[in-house]
Design a protein around this ligand. Structure first.
Ligand SMILES: Cc1cc2nc3c(=O)[nH]c(=O)nc-3n(C[C@H](O)[C@H](O)[C@H](O)COP(=O)(O)OP(=O)(O)OC[C@H]3O[C@@H](n4cnc5c(N)ncnc54)[C@H](O)[C@@H]3O)c2cc1C
Length: 525
């Protein structure tokens, strides 16, 4: 079976690797000069800044992918568990001193003690919250993540039917509402709300089903691959190549060719590349509305106008002289105006998007764990400020966005107690919504993809298969199961499951041959 994969982010690389391992002849076309997509790097002297993922979550999804490829995460990556897992700072209430930062640890027991010290009874409440999170996580892994939802039969199991009430209540309650049933202290509630950001959504309209993420960060732990997240990309690209995938970079696809209602290949420059199966893993909105003629589109422009993109981001990458013990590997800054902050990220204020001021934001300091990312005596900071998915906010070099980045540096200096931060910055890069749109063909400049609201999750999320064109499949953060590196690995497996005719809901045991390879793999171009 001859397959063309569009896009060389983690979804395209993983899909091509699995399909090649299952016997297909695969060509992958990536528009940029390097693979990686959202998981990219900027080299600046001895600094290596990552511009995308920095949390290695759901290790079991990585383990499953690597197992299918005949290896293990331990063989491919040098993973370290972070302790503390992360630190949180809070904006001072007007007229009051800021409250002490809170550290979240590698063990649930320690976190229960931390919660208890902030609010009597919150320790035990966290224990109940995480037990529920683990229950929902385990059921989701078994029934809701590794499925294309093309049959209702697997969902009619007694184990699930008995829990229907619980599931329904978690679909219609918000994550913030569920957190509020467990803790009253605003700081603790923000800690439980935060995983919504990983899902490109606000805790006010994310179903509480996603409290399963707290099992991931507080029970399983937070990991970091030494050398950075690009090591994951490199390992998957190598596995793909070893399986025979031909990876073509600097090769944007400009059209999906359809003949008699079936995918027949793609157009790259003026070259027609024939294929029996095409897998689009660039942003689905772009693939559907720009690479297909209107009559072949399953998700037309009107569909995207009705849908909610997840947030974009102002990313600020800083090389800083000297050490920054005030910050951990992962540090979060939470503003008081929590709800207003989320409104700014999801809605335009007065018809114009703005970067919140002060902003709730996230700082990664990989140099805390990894000597390779900064020159000696320096720190590497990556600051992610969630922002509206609106290209009008601009990108690198845009004066308004650069000014917002200045403000963010001042805010970090103030809240984390680093008064000389600005003067110690030796290099700086920024990225904004316009860069996501320009570099990645991102829908509305979103950094993360379609928000995981109720109407955009599970059964309601775009499917991994075209309804209009036979042989056309999709993977990536806008399709099932959704946003994040582990979810994208699962999405890659979902394409394999489609081709294998596998309607099960559980992770694949072993890859079955999909077809005899048509000829020997040629050398990569
Ligand atoms: C700032 C940021 C922080 C994040 N943090 C985390 C985190 O901590 N943990 C986590 O798990 N996830 C995180 N994510 C999410 C995660 O990075 C993404 O969900 C994932 O990388 C998406 O991969 P993808 O392959 O679906 O899409 P992409 O990575 O966007 O890949 C799509 C590829 O298609 C290419 N392409 C576009 N148009 C064409 C064309 N015409 N022809 C050929 N190729 C084309 C693009 O260049 C790109 O390489 C983060 C994302 C961002 C942006």
């Amino acid at each position: 079976m001859k397959v063309v994969v569009i896009g060389g982010g983690i979804s395209g690389l993983a899909t091509s690797a699995l399909l090649a391992k299952a016997g297909c002849e695969v060509d992958l076309f990536e528009a940029r000069e390097r693979v990686g997509g959202r998981a990219y790097t900027i080299k600046d002297g001895k600094f290596t800044f990552e511009t995308g993922p920095s949390w290695y979550l759901m290790p079991d999804a990585f383990d499953q992918f690597y197992r299918l490829m005949g290896t293990t995460a331990a063989e491919q990556l040098d993973l370290v568990q972070l302790e503390p897992a992360y630190k949180t700072f809070y904006e001072a209430e007007p007229g009051k001193a800021p409250s002490e930062p809170i550290l979240i640890h590698d063990l649930l027991g320690k976190n229960m003690e931390v919660f208890e010290s902030v609010e009597p009874g919150a320790g035990e409440a966290l224990g109940r919250y995480v037990a529920s999170a683990q229950d929902v996580y385990d059921l989701s892994m078994k029934y809701f993540l590794y499925t294309n939802f093309d049959s209702v039969k697997p969902f009619l199991k007694p184990e699930l039917l008995k829990r229907a009430g619980m599931f329904l209540s978690h679909l219609f309650k918000s994550l913030d509402g569920f957190a509020g049933q467990h803790v009253r202290d605003e700081r603790l509630r923000k800690i439980l709300d935060f995983p919504a950001v990983f899902l490109g959504a606000s805790p006010y309209n994310t179903p509480s089903m996603y409290h399963l993420m707290t099992h991931v960060d507080m029970n399983v732990g937070v990991f970091y691959p030494q050398g950075g997240f690009y090591k994951i990309i490199e390992s998957i690209a190598k596995l793909a190549k070893d399986a025979g995938v031909r990876i073509h970079t600097s090769s944007p696809v400009s059209k999906i060719i359809v003949k008699d209602g079936a995918a027949a290949g793609v157009l790259v420059g003026d070259e027609v590349v024939a294929a029996e199966v095409v897998v689009g893993t660039a942003d689905l909105e772009f693939v559907e509305t720009k690479l297909l003629e209107p009559k072949h589109q399953t998700y037309k422009p009107a569909y995207w106008n009705r849908k909610q993109p997840g947030p974009s981001a102002l990313l600020v990458m800083l090389g800083v002289k000297g050490k920054l013990p005030e910050l951990e590997h992962h540090t979060l800054l939470y503003s008081n105006n929590w709800k207003k902050n989320f409104d700014k990220v999801f809605k335009k204020a007065d018809g114009k998007s703005q970067i919140a001021n002060p902003a709730s934001l996230y700082i990664c300091k990989p140099s805390a764990t990894d000597k390779s990312v900064a020159p000696s005596g320096h720190e590497n900071l990556f600051v992610l400020v969630p922002a509206a998915p609106d290209v009008a906010l601009g990108g690198e070099g845009d004066p308004a966005l650069e000014a917002a980045a200045d403000r963010i540096v001042d805010q970090i200096a103030d809240w984390a107690g680093i008064p000389d931060l600005k003067s110690r910055i030796v290099t700086r890069h920024i990225m904004g919504p316009a860069d996501f749109a320009k570099n990645l063909n991102a829908w509305s400049g979103t950094a993360l993809g379609m928000a995981h609201t109720l109407g955009q999750s599970a059964f309601f999320r775009p499917r991994n298969k075209s309804k209009k064109v036979k042989g056309l499949y999709y993977a990536g953060h806008n399709t099932l199961p959704g946003i994040g590196l582990p979810m994208c690995l699962i999405g890659a497996e979902l394409v394999y499951k489609h081709l294998a005719g596998d309607k099960s809901t559980t992770p694949t045991e072993t890859l079955k041959p999909l077809a005899v390879r048509a000829g020997k793999p040629k050398k990569a171009r």
